[in-house]
Write a protein that binds this ligand. Sequence first.
Ligand code: NAD
Length: 458
Amino acid sequence: MAAYTSDEEVDKSYTRLRATFLSGKTKSIAWRKWQLKQVWWLVNDNKQQLLDALHTDLNKHNYESFFTECTGVLNDVLDHLEHIEVWTKPKHPEGSLVMNYLMGATLSPEPRGLVLIIGPWNFPISLILQPLVAAITAGCTVLLKPSEMARASQACLEELIPRYLDNDAIRVITGGPAETTRLLQRQYDHIFFTGSPGVGRHIALAAAKHLTPTVLELGGQGPSVVTASADIDFAAKSIVSTKYINAGQICLAVNHVLAHPSIAAKLVERMQYHLKQFDLDGSKAMTKIINRKNFDRLKSAIEASNGTVVYGGVADAEALNIRPTILTDVKATDPIMNDEIFGPICPILIATTAEAIQSINSKPHPLAIYIFSHNQKEIDEIIASTISGGVTVNDTLLHSAVPGAPFGGVGESGYGAYHGAYGFTEFSHIRIISQPGRLVRSFFSLRFPPYSKQDLNK
Ligand code: NAD
């Protein structure tokens, strides 16, 4: 097992990044653009190395890896390069132009400083590089802590980041929970964490000690509501794709389905049909479960379930592969409904629209809700009666791909957001700078005591 970064090396990196930020180097727009381009080249030049690492860590098919791990980073770089001049330009506050002029008021987006980015294992490359892109655009110095569970991907980042990016300003360090706990004792100007709600709580507590602003991108039990008016065949296909891609180890995956009684049987039949089509390449093409602990957790969840396995249920411990599994006859009180599944198991619960709303509201706010319906009144009602990070109607995942839209959770699924300008803003502090002219200063001199000299009736 490769050694983690030593505390001495972490110290050195921390000191270097603090000094670089104070030097003002990362505030230059030219530096930011150069580093953004370097992220692009890092991914583009080393595509095969990254895909190989993802195959080692997760048995991911090259196509799936490129689609889910590379395209988002490449697109983000292009988007940030296109908008950096506009986003970084100081603006005037909303309100009277005359007052803005007289007050000499500008809103200046300034980099927060030294930021810590902690990533998960399920998308071990993109969930480090995409927040990094936003931090670079904002002009921060960055300490990156990839997940120790995806070892080959972590090794790739350890090797490529120093080769492509400015080592004075961007560093990778490695470690597990113990090392990360120590890392969090230091003070940062911002922390960006992607991971589970449980660990998110540790991060928030550590951040609170230094009053550090934090983004928590967490997971949860995202439901899909399939109503009587839905296109059942497409709903089935879209839902099972989130259980097949990355073996369902996706924060935005459908955790469980709330199916209207009138269409539930047809939905289950179509889900089986589409899974058979997806699975033509067999287990070799499917992402594996990250490790034995998670494999055992998922296998036990199927075994302990009171539901009926109508598809899949087969688990190969040697390959850490669990076939996509559909469970019917599941009740809200079944153990599988206690936590985020984060694997290729799809429980189907029967629920009318009113019951579906009630079910969603009985659980912590999810990262996403997926509504399949062709009745706009019903769609509006579900959206108005629930809370979630985002919503996609008549498909899954796509709200996270809307250019320029925020991506983030609410409540138990996290706080803060990124993607596009939202990421830039998250890593920036909007500083109000007022340089009032003589006229304004003389007007506001009214505030100076002694008050006995002022007459309210004048
Ligand atoms: P995790 O919370 O176990 O680990 C995330 C990171 O935290 C890793 O780098 C890990 O080293 C570190 N860590 C683990 N335990 C720690 C501790 N006690 N103290 C400090 N640091 C610690 O999450 P994971 O298993 O890597 O990822 C799966 C979770 O992440 C799921 O809940 C999923 O929904 C969520 N997720 C959310 C998003 C999103 O964008 N909202 C994206 C991907 C994954």
